[in-house]
Design a protein around this ligand. Structure first.
Ligand code: NAP
Length: 213
């Protein structure tokens, strides 16, 4: 697993691109615009990242990261993502996304996105830290300040792949369960935006041995 596609070249997409490049991944970045429109910008902000169309980036990737505004998720093409491991880094934030009725229900935003992207192997992660922290907070394995990163998904084979990706990018993965459990680290939860070690996050997600006993 060494080829990453990032859909979105804004704050999160470019920070993830730089971090993944530093960690040795081959990175393609696509937006809703033609690849040529992004090439110069990427040379400046994420040197080494390849500007691509969504079609090419997805086809060439082992893992696809969704780093576009959630309000735009219906512009994604589900047929391109069939069978792909897809990391959902998106959050619902009504002041910027506008009010979207489908995200106001009991389901997590990732379950809504998964229903749309039928056949994709969706895993929620990277959504609960600020874009600048993707680079600033990354630490090597075993470092005392290494932060935890929640990972939730319904596909039992995709979850460990994303956990390994999280680990290579400098964070301790914490598997919280299925996509429904990603509500526990969505906006407004104690985990969102907080710097936590693995054991602190396990406590907050109800995964510590006391809670599981
Ligand atoms: N900002 C944060 O600290 C942070 C942290 C964690 C998670 N998030 C989540 O990450 C997502 C991105 O946030 P951001 O702050 O990076 O947003 P942003 O700076 O506004 O960037 C959004 C990017 O998505 C692209 N885009 C729009 N439609 C697209 C499509 N159909 N396919 C591919 N790319 C598309 C945009 O480019 P074009 O319009 O040119 O296509 C732009 O490059 C949001 O869902 C947000 O909730 C944000």
């Amino acid at each position: 697993m060494h080829k990453i596609a990032i859909l979105g070249a804004g704050r999160v997409g470019t920070a993830l691109a730089r971090r993944a490049l530093s960690a040795g991944f081959e990175v393609r970045v696509a937006t809703s615009r033609p690849a040529a429109d992004n090439a110069f910008m990427l040379q400046i902000v994420a040197p080494g990242a390849i500007a691509a169309s969504a079609e090419e980036a997805i086809a060439e990737s082992d893992i696809v990261v969704l780093a576009l505004p959630l309000s735009k998720y219906r512009n994604l093409k589900p047929e391109l993502l069939q069978g792909k491991i897809v990391v959902d880094a998106m959050n619902y934030w009504a002041p910027t996304d506008g009010t979207l009725a489908e995200f106001d229900g009991a389901a997590s935003s990732s379950e809504v996105v998964q229903r749309f992207l039928k056949g994709a192997r969706l895993v929620r992660s990277f959504n609960h830290l600020g874009y600048h922290e993707i680079e600033d907070a990354a630490r090597p394995q075993g470092h005392a300040e290494r932060r935890a990163m929640a990972v939730a998904g319904d596909d039992p084979q995709a979850n460990p792949v994303v956990a390994a990706f999280v680990d290579r990018l400098g964070f301790d993965p914490v598997l919280s369960g299925g996509l429904a459990s990603s509500r526990l680290f969505a906006g407004g939860t104690p985990v969102f935006g907080a710097a936590m070690t693995r054991s602190e996050m396990e406590d907050h997600l109800g995964l510590s041995s006391e809670n599981l006993a």
